[in-house]
Design a protein around this ligand. Structure first.
Ligand code: SF4
Length: 388
């Protein structure tokens, strides 16, 4: 079962921290829509017959800048070229200022059954700092609108660790999200990515990012706070009420196949070795130009060996609450971690950064605060070198 991702590369303005691909100047979506439909058709011919679709995800950018007719056209094009009879989840990212109840009802009637709402904070000062285009009042109102329109499955995105954000603001953000009974929360620590306005502000000394200890404290607090209120911490940044995990993202972490459409979108396909990953160009004009010529708008395409896949799977699974099933890892990827990394594992366990139980390896809370560094220690080189 495959996942489909559609990247809608339009935003009304630029949030200071964002390094996703988007444009803020596009007046019309006609050229993009034509290109996106052509791309879906193109891949549908090749991959449509191979696997039925399980999940569809509209991300961006800002999908809620699309007209409902365009959303309908995209879903129709997918239906025409893929087996969608077994689709279990259709997620749509939106920004609070874009939608009213009619728009949301329209999405619902088209088959969208899950929303991912870019709230980020319920405080105006935070939103102003981030250059978000919605207000604190809109951040709250949108949840009621979603429920009125029939969405009981939705996620709120929140960001912690803004420079000089008082701890009370973050605590109050979590409290409000819980009071709104959000079934799912994504809590991201603010990072300063290259080539973002925030990066420039930091370089010029206009902004001082929160220090490591502050980020760590906020994250540990978030884990404790949400778990105590019935949320499963099922992935580094993801918290869900029981039964409300994001299916689409969960499949990424299982190394399931997915196809990404739209500029900058990534795809992954593994049926035999090597597996393949490819990404589209991060340029809307060129993306449209290639598709107008009936050519794939590729930025790169790479083959992945079993070594590559094993290390990637290790990284993906250690981010999850369910952790890495060691027997499955050995069977599917040929990698015996207990043997290959015995010393590192013993050290990580003694430092209480990982635990093993029921055949699974998981990060501890402490380990989650250092996830990249812990994972780095367990990556394997030359697993499958031919014997001499
Ligand atoms: S709305 Fe989302 S995609 Fe657009 S700039 Fe802001 S964070 Fe980035």
């Amino acid at each position: 079962m495959a996942g489909l991702y559609l990247h809608v590369p339009f935003c009304s303005q630029r949030c200071v921290y964002c390094d996703f691909y988007f444009v803020t100047t596009q007046q019309t979506h006609a050229g993009f829509m034509q290109a996106l439909c052509a791309e879906i058709e193109h891949y549908g011919h090749t991959y449509g017959p191979k696997e039925p679709v399980e999940t569809i995800y509209f991300g961006g950018g800002t999908p809620s800048l699309l007209h409902l007719d365009d959303v309908a056209r995209l879903l129709r094009t997918i239906d025409d070229h893929f087996d969608t009879g077994g689709v279990q989840e259709v997620t749509f990212e939106l920004n609070p200022e874009d939608v009213d109840v009619d728009y949301l009802r329209g999405l619902r009637s088209l088959g969208v059954d899950r929303l991912s709402i870019g709230v980020q904070s319920f405080f105006q000062a935070d939103l102003d700092f981030m250059n978000r285009s919605h207000t604190a009042a809109q951040a709250e109102t949108v949840v009621g609108l979603a429920r009125t329109a029939g969405f009981d499955n939705f996620s709120l995105d929140l960001i912690f660790g803004l420079p000089e954000q008082p701890f009370e603001y973050w605590g109050a953000n979590l409290e409000k999200a819980v009071r709104l009974e959000a079934p799912h929360l994504s809590a991201y620590g603010l990072t300063v990515e290259p080539r973002t306005p925030l990066h420039k502000q930091v370089e010029r000394g206009l902004v001082t990012p929160a220090d490591e200890e502050t980020m760590r404290e906020r994250y540990l607090f978030t884990m404790d706070y949400l778990r105590a209120r019935g949320y499963e911490h099922y992935e580094i940044s993801s918290f869900a009420r029981p039964g409300q995990r994001a299916l689409h993202n969960s499949r990424y972490w299982e190394h399931a196949n997915y196809l990404g459409f739209g500029p900058s979108a990534h795809s992954f396909w593994w049926t035999g070795l090597p597996a393949h990953r490819w990404a589209n160009l991060r340029n809307l004009r060129r993306y449209e130009g290639f598709l107008a010529q009936r050519e794939a708008p590729l930025d790169f395409r790479e083959a992945l060996s079993l070594d590559d896949l094993a290390n990637e799977y290790l990284m993906l699974r250690l981010r999850t609450g369910d952790g890495l099933d060691l027997a499955y890892f050995a069977e599917r990827y040929g990698a015996d971690l207990l043997f290959e990394k015995a010393d590192e594992l013993a050290w990580l366990e003694s430092e209480e950064l990982v635990t093993q139980s029921e055949g699974r390896l998981r990060l501890t809370d402490n380990g989650k605060t250092l996830a990249d560094a812990v994972t780095e220690r367990l990556l394997m080189d030359g697993l499958f070198e031919p014997e001499q």
